[in-house]
Design a protein around this ligand. Structure first.
Ligand SMILES: Cc1cc2nc3c(=O)[nH]c(=O)nc-3n(C[C@H](O)[C@H](O)[C@H](O)COP(=O)(O)OP(=O)(O)OC[C@H]3O[C@@H](n4cnc5c(N)ncnc54)[C@H](O)[C@@H]3O)c2cc1C
Ligand code: FES
Length: 279
């Protein structure tokens, strides 16, 4: 299988860690690295593939959304779940990470402007959404931009402090299943409420667990929705086929799409959610 037309697979760089910050949720941290070539090319929704120089466990790189872009720097929001993220948590400023990127196709920022854009995140799925919100705002692609974040309970939310202090053009709200913070219910119920409370054209942008993305496609089939998936990956550059996602209504070679190079962002209706193994 060849790479998508016009696609370039990024560059491999050893990057110096400038900051490794603890966040409001102790399960998460944020790593700021200096990576001029990547930071200047990256677009919202793209990711980088990371390992530590010289480390053999994990053997393969791991993917992380780009959660912040500023000049020559990029930021990775990560949840400590396994070998690499534990090593990342221990990196001091001046340490190094080995980064391949930027990779994948980001959110499509060419559609017609809409009255209201809703950005929906669950878990570390919030990671690409602030960069996306700023890009939508900068390009005046939405009259009103609202970021909605969901979790099972307050202790699983991340960036609550940051969302509370974001600038005036960005509205935000959180939802928790048990009502321990914000709206009681799922983030999609909160989304439905917010959409019903206003008027005008709407576009949806989401990133998070498969069931949440599948539910967006099922509940709002007529709305333009772009979703970023976070399946596990191997090579990250379109070679191993370890990341494929079934496409709706497609057969033959077009049936499976490689999320590392044809994703991770898809139109919600393009995916055959019922056939996704991670559901
Ligand atoms: C496009 C994309 C973007 C992503 N963006 C982010 C992001 O912004 N922030 C973020 O924190 N994460 C993100 N992820 C997820 C991140 O890549 C994974 O969490 C990564 O695997 C962590 O690496 P690790 O070595 O620390 O943990 P791993 O060892 O890879 O473990 C990850 C998870 O898998 C489980 N696991 C590991 N081995 C096994 C096994 N043998 N059997 C069953 N379960 C197992 C672990 O318990 C853990 O829950 C993204 C993934 C994708 C595809
Ligand atoms: S991770 Fe290897 S093809 Fe996508």
């Amino acid at each position: 299988m060849s790479l998508p037309a016009g696609y370039t697979a990024g560059e491999v760089v050893r990057c110096a860690v400038e900051r490794n910050e603890a966040l409001d949720n102790p399960d998460y941290r944020e790593l700021t690295i200096r990576a001029p070539g990547i930071a200047r090319r990256a677009v919202p929704g793209q990711f980088v593939h990371v390992r530590l120089p010289g480390a053999t466990d994990p053997f393969l790189r791991r993917p992380f959304s780009i959660s912040g872009l500023e000049g020559d720097r990029l930021t990775l929001l990560f949840k400590q779940v396994g070998a690499l993220t534990t090593q990342m948590a221990g990196l001091a400023s001046g340490g190094e990470v080995d980064v391949l990127g930027p990779l994948g196709q980001g959110y499509d920022l060419t559609p017609e402007p809409v009255d209201r854009a809703f950005l929906v995140g669950g878990g570390y799925g919030v990671a690409p959404l602030l960069v996306l919100a700023r890009a939508l705002h900068r390009r005046t692609l939405a009259g009103e931009i609202t970021l909605l974040v969901g979790a099972r309970a307050a202790r699983h939310l991340v960036w609550r402090d940051r969302l509370a202090t974001e600038v005036g053009w960005l509205k935000s709200a959180v939802a928790t299943d048990d009502g321990s913070a914000g709206y009681r219910g799922t983030v999609l119920d909160l989304l439905a409420d917010r959409m019903a409370a206003g008027k005008g054209s709407v576009a949806l942008f989401a990133c998070g667990p498969m069931p949440m993305l599948a539910a967006i496609a099922g509940r709002w089939p007529d709305l333009p929705a772009q979703v970023a998936v976070e399946n596990q990956m191997g090579c990250g550059i379109g070679v191993c086929l370890g990341c494929v996602l079934p496409m709706a209504g497609a057969t033959g070679v077009g049936r499976y799409s490689r999320i590392c190079c044809e994703g991770p962002v898809y139109k919600a209706q393009a995916v055959d959610w019922a056939a996704c193994p991670a559901r």
